[in-house]
Design a protein around this ligand. Structure first.
Ligand code: IMP
Length: 222
């Protein structure tokens, strides 16, 4: 029988990646999609670090469901942008229409992005390309923080994983999610958008954090 963990997330792409990493180890995830299908539990991500946000999410779920819970927070830090968007990775695209038009016109690939239905991941990538226009320094890294709290919200364990790489000047590939079509991990010629999912699973910030988390669970369950 698989061991179920409550996770304070509704991000389906993130959940799919975590489930694929956990399933071989006999763990399943119960997410807010199942526990709170109406979306009543609103969690304000007010932390200044990925770890703080992971703890905020875990505590909100633990309190709501009176069970131990896991929180995950992740994002992209871009070296020439001083670490932005960092904890604002999911919200990077929140721009005025005027700003967005400017960015769209500035986009070097010239794809019809606005006609795409304003997909937030795409808009984040547009914004990122515009912010980096002309920058030779393309260094960036993903961070994933995981936190486990008990039913009372007390932190039991926190960890993080990172993967460093560089950002391309146009997006490539439809795999992964978020900034993956721009992100070349380590020395890869291909982006996470182009690489097969198993290549992302082997090196990603999420898998690195999760390996540490599983080592902790193995230890406490011994
Ligand atoms: P969160 O759900 O508040 O943790 O926001 C995470 C955001 O960081 C996502 O919306 C993406 O923009 C970005 N992100 C985190 N992990 C990844 C990844 O594995 N690939 C691409 N983007 C990611």
């Amino acid at each position: 029988m698989s061991k179920a963990l409550i996770i304070a997330s509704r991000n389906s792409k993130k959940l799919a990646e975590l489930r694929e990493l956990l399933a071989p180890r006999g763990y399943s995830l119960v997410s807010l999609r199942e526990l709170d299908p109406q979306g009543r539990l609103e969690i304000a991500e007010t932390g200044r670090t990925f770890r703080e946000n992971a703890l905020i999410k875990a505590r909100a779920a633990a309190r709501a469901f009176e069970r131990p819970a896991v929180g995950e927070d992740s994002g992209l830090s871009v070296v020439p942008l001083g670490g932005a968007p960092g904890v604002y990775s999911a919200r990077f695209h929140r721009l005025t229409t005027a700003e967005l038009r400017g960015l769209y016109n500035a986009y070097p690939g010239g794809e019809p992005l606005i006609a795409d239905g304003l997909d937030p991941d795409r808009l984040n990538n547009v914004r990122l390309l515009a912010e980096l226009e002309g920058s030779k320094d393309r260094r960036a890294f993903y961070t994933c923080a995981l936190a486990l709290v008990d039913a009372a919200g007390k932190a039991l364990f926190t960890t993080r994983g990172e993967v460093h790489g560089r950002l391309g000047d146009r997006w490539a590939g439809g795999g992964g999610f978020g900034y993956d079509p721009l992100f070349h991990p380590e020395d890869s010629r291909l982006t996470y958008g182009e690489l097969p999912p198993e290549a992302k699973r082997a090196t990603s910030h999420r898998s690195r954090a999760l390996r540490r988390f599983l080592a902790y669970l193995d230890e406490v369950r011994r």
